[in-house]
Design a protein around this ligand. Structure first.
Ligand SMILES: O=P(O)(O)OC[C@H]1O[C@H](O[C@H]2O[C@H](CO)[C@@H](O)[C@H](O)[C@H]2O)[C@H](O)[C@@H](O)[C@@H]1O
Length: 256
């Protein structure tokens, strides 16, 4: 943190969306960014090299669920684990993989055959996520789905991305670590902070270490996922804690 405080204009701040900037809720479509986050990111962005949201969501969804984010000056959103990019109002990314609609066509039959009720499918365009949070036995449903979802992914040239009561099938070749590494190089970063809450964020934690830059990893803590807390430099209490930390950082910049 010392390097970031001494030289803010060299710092890249990377932030996950769900569970980090946006509290976890039962329905993925009902998630909303922390109400204070857009203002805090705007203030932070005035001091640092760059603020980037690195998320498994499509960028359009992250912006829709984050009213106010579109107006944060200089904000970059790397969506779909880095396959998509939003900057200055423009979205770029490769075409959606052919395997995704094929998986979507097969999934209802698979869920029926496993007798899973309350399990929901999230069509993400370039990926598809199967959520168990709203089923009667979320962990049990997830366990039943692991093997058949892995087979479905392999059959259609996709990979499984596990998360908080979710298994997502998405194209290979990108993850949050790769996305963050590319972004750090592009911005000639001199330090980095990354905050996340879920298994997909571990790759970004690894990228912070691999960059050999002075780096800080922050876990947005929850009882649901413990793997990140074990690997983080700082653990805060969910999105409230993340926003408070970013606010403290901004205050420290304004004092120096
Ligand atoms: O990379 P992220 O920004 O953390 O996105 C990861 C996945 O987050 C979403 O699912 C999670 O949040 C939901 C809303 O709070 C919650 O209902 C669900 O149980 C969580 O797994 C999102 O729906 C996925 O598409 C993202 O990949």
């Amino acid at each position: 943190m010392e390097a970031i405080l001494k030289d803010p204009s060299g710092a890249v701040i990377g932030l996950d969306f769900d569970g980090t900037l946006s509290p976890i809720v039962a329905d993925p479509a009902a998630a909303r960014v922390h109400p204070d986050a857009p203002a805090v990111l705007a203030e932070l962005g005035a001091y640092v090299n760059a603020v980037a949201i690195v998320t498994g969501r499509p960028v359009a969804t992250a912006l829709e669920l984050g009213p106010g984010l579109e107006r944060v000056p200089g904000l970059v959103v790397l969506g779909h684990y880095g396959f998509e990019r939003w900057e200055n109002g423009r979205i770029s990314g490769p075409p959606p993989p052919a395997g995704v609609p094929r998986v979507e066509a097969e999934l209802p039959l698979l869920l029926d055959s496993l007798g899973l009720l309350g399990v929901t499918i999230e069509d993400k365009g370039r990926a598809v996520a199967v959520h168990t949070r709203r089923s009667a036995d979320p962990e049990g449903a997830l366990a039943k789905l692991r093997e058949p979802m892995a087979e479905l992914a392999a059959k259609h040239g996709l990979v499984v991305e596990p998360g908080r009561l979710v298994l997502e099938l998405r194209p290979p070749g990108m993850d949050k670590g790769h996305a963050l590494s590319l972004f750090l190089a592009e911005r000639d970063a001199r330090s980095v902070l990354f905050a996340g809450d879920d298994l997909g964020d571990l790759a970004a934690f690894d990228a912070v270490r691999a960059s050999e830059l002075p780096g800080v990893t922050v876990c947005s803590g929850s009882a649901e996922v413990t793997a990140l807390a074990d690997r983080a430099d700082i653990v805060v209490d969910g999105p409230d804690g993340v926003v408070a930390l970013l606010r403290e950082l901004t205050s420290a910049f304004s004092r120096s």
